[in-house]
Design a protein around this ligand. Sequence first.
Ligand code: PLP
Length: 384
Amino acid sequence: MIFLDSAATTPVRREVLEAMWPLLTGDFGNPSSHHELGESAKRALDAARTSVAASLGCRASDVVFTSGGTESDNLAIKGLALAEPRGRHIVTSAIEHEAVLESVDYLARIHGFEVTVLPVDAHGLINLDEARDALRPDTTLCTVMYANNEIGAVQPIAALAELCRAQGVPLHTDAVQAAGWLPLDVAGLGVAALSLSGHKLGAPKGIGVLMVKGRRSLEPVLHGGGQERGKRSGTENVAGAVGFAHALVLAETDRAERAVRIAQLRDDFVADVLARVPAAIFTGPALAATPTRLPNNASFCFPGTSGESLLLELGRAGIICSAGSACAVGSDDVSHVLTAIGIDEAIAQTAVRFSLSGDTTAEQLATVAAEIETAYRAVRSLSG
Ligand code: PLP
């Protein structure tokens, strides 16, 4: 099997599992319990929080453990918008993940917020002048993703944060796809809040982090026992938090080297695919390892086919990839990301995304490029 679907999920790393194991077996206490087992679990949780804070360059008290990227996005958006509403206006972008778009939509439907959706250009990038114009005295929150899950577009988050700061608007960024590929230094990014998901970076599914800077108030989404300083009730996933902290350290180790190496492999792969299938359309930001594209993303449309048929053909050859985005359950909807960058709806149905990992090799990519050509011909001959 050749796995090129790392944007959908990643396997748990051995070191991560080993770090988690004691917390799932002998040291299984509830961090709220006032006995030795509970206190031991609390120490492990505190250490994980301190480690995540060190990786992100924030305070331990800024780190809230959640169940994953979706919850982090929900908590950031609803929590910040409802806690200190300067007004009822939110700014977001057209290519956000559903976890963001649906949270924003909830605020609009239930709480009467007005939403400005920033368009993106043909490469999937927002325009900073349009962002500046969108910010208003009654803007409570701006939420724009760091890196897009379908086309790998990397937004100018630090520059956007500066615009937001000048207007006193907190900026939240969904950094779920950025982890392990782009710097997550919170101070450098200048964001007020940042979402991460464990299963995208070698930790298990069901653990995530929301970083919320400073003493900013946050209206909880989950109510209960007041864990996570009242920001997220529910008995903490101690083993998950410990695994997340380990995975983040590993993801940050050699990140720059990995990003350059994988971007080069990706560039060669894209060139190979376009040479074999000249009709293919490479979607998203241009190549050349620029800072505007995730190093591990290669996304294409193959006009005259269907993404699902190509996926089946490639699956028969042992290649795992994704038709557009894997994040919407069983969705046949046309990708809002591809339509936002101006791709025709029929063409958008032919999208296939390849997302590399740090372990992807040149040999694997050469095999995949050849199999893409075979699959393309097979699907074309069936449909034509
Ligand atoms: N945000 C982005 C950009 C994603 O790609 C995903 C999942 O693919 C999520 C949020 C949701 O994360 P989770 O699967 O941890 O809920």
